[in-house]
Design a protein. Structure first.
Length: 343
């Protein structure tokens, strides 16, 4: 990523008011939050571009939010915690502004192995030099895992409290005392209640983030969506299908390695052809049998769902082969963790 001359971050902005029925309950609390200076609200002519880190505990909806903000799926999602393992950058350009979003792994607190140390290093690196942080929590909830992530955040970087999964809150009135408690935990620049699956909420979120982007030239072309390679996206797609189709049976330490990624000219109406070979790495023989499934049905389904999604994502005809290998204890082996592509 190009080096940037980072200007002083804008002053904290006013908390965003969600809807008239909620406004009446939250108005008093929200008025206590600092307001952005009028000049900052008006902005200046020319391009804006900045880094926006999306952080939070595992399985809180960061990747779903990232994909919604970018407008296309580039970060895998799963009900299984600890799915995202890499710093994934996604771009969204509209008008004169370019948003560079960084999706991070959920900060790991349960297991102190080589893999989790790598994931936490990725989180710390992502929040170290950004223009804005989106701290994602489930609306109305805050636990020890959330607190450990919040403790990592710099007070010098504007941070938005993104209360996700608002649609799952039964009593909106319960949000007011929760918000008051959250304001005491950190000097959040704004409170943004959303549902990451609601298009209007995402559009509102982009408008709020835009105020914090520094005035500078774009880093990427307007039509670029991610800085990750197609090979990386193939690996992540296989891993997503693996976790989705094995549920809680398979340990999160399973991973995927792309052994071959070759592109050929397409035939007829096909623009191009991709030949992919992938190895699913597990830690035990029992896990291997689980991935393969009865008469190979599960791994066949993993391959089929991966192929269908990649053909849509990469606009190409895809042929994919898969194997399963056992590598006992790889998540505790620093060298092997690095060899599998983790930082």
């Amino acid at each position: 990523m190009p080096t940037k001359n980072k200007p002083t971050s804008p002053p904290h902005a006013a908390a965003h008011q969600e809807a008239p029925d909620v406004d009446s309950m939250l108005a008093g609390l929200l008025k206590t939050m600092p307001r952005l200076a009028e000049a900052g609200e008006q902005g200046a002519p020319g391009q804006r571009c900045g880094l926006v880190a999306i952080v939070g505990k595992p399985n809180v909806g960061k990747s779903t939010l990232m994909n919604a903000l970018v407008g296309q799926k580039i970060s895998i999602t799963s009900r299984k915690a600890q799915t995202t393992r890499h710093r994934i950058t996604g771009m969204h350009t509209r008008g004169a502004s370019q948003f560079v979003f960084v999706d991070t792994p959920g900060f790991q607190t349960r297991h102190n192995n080589a893999l989790n140390r790598s994931l936490n290093k990725t989180v710390l690196g992502a929040v170290g030099d950004v223009d804005l942080i989106l701290f994602v929590v489930e609306a109305g909830m805050f636990n020890q895992a959330d607190a450990k992530v919040l403790a990592l955040l710099s007070k010098e970087v504007p941070t938005l409290l993104v209360a996700n999964k608002l649609d799952q809150v039964n009593r909106r009135a319960d949000i007011a005392p929760w918000l008051q408690e959250m304001q005491q935990r950190h000097a959040f620049a704004e409170f943004v209640p959303i549902s990451a699956k609601n298009a209007k909420d995402i559009e509102r979120m982009l408008g709020i983030c835009e105020k914090y982007l520094p005035e500078q030239a774009w880093w990427y072309a307007a039509d670029e969506l991610t800085d990750r390679s197609e090979k990386f996206l193939a690996s992540e797609t296989v891993r997503e299908k693996l976790f989705r189709l094995t549920g809680d049976e398979l340990p999160y330490t399973s991973t995927v390695v792309i052994d071959k990624f070759e592109e050929e000219a397409g035939r007829g109406k096909q623009k191009r052809l991709l030949r992919i070979a992938a190895t699913i790495v597990v830690e035990r023989d029992g896990h291997k049998a689980m991935v393969i499934g009865d008469k190979g049905e599960r791994i066949k389904r993993i391959g089929t769902e991966t192929r269908v999604e990649l053909e849509k994502l990469l606009d190409a005809k895809v042929f994919i082969e898969m194997w399963v290998k056992v590598r006992s204890g790889w998540a505790d082996d620093e060298a092997r963790v690095r060899s599998f592509g983790y930082e």
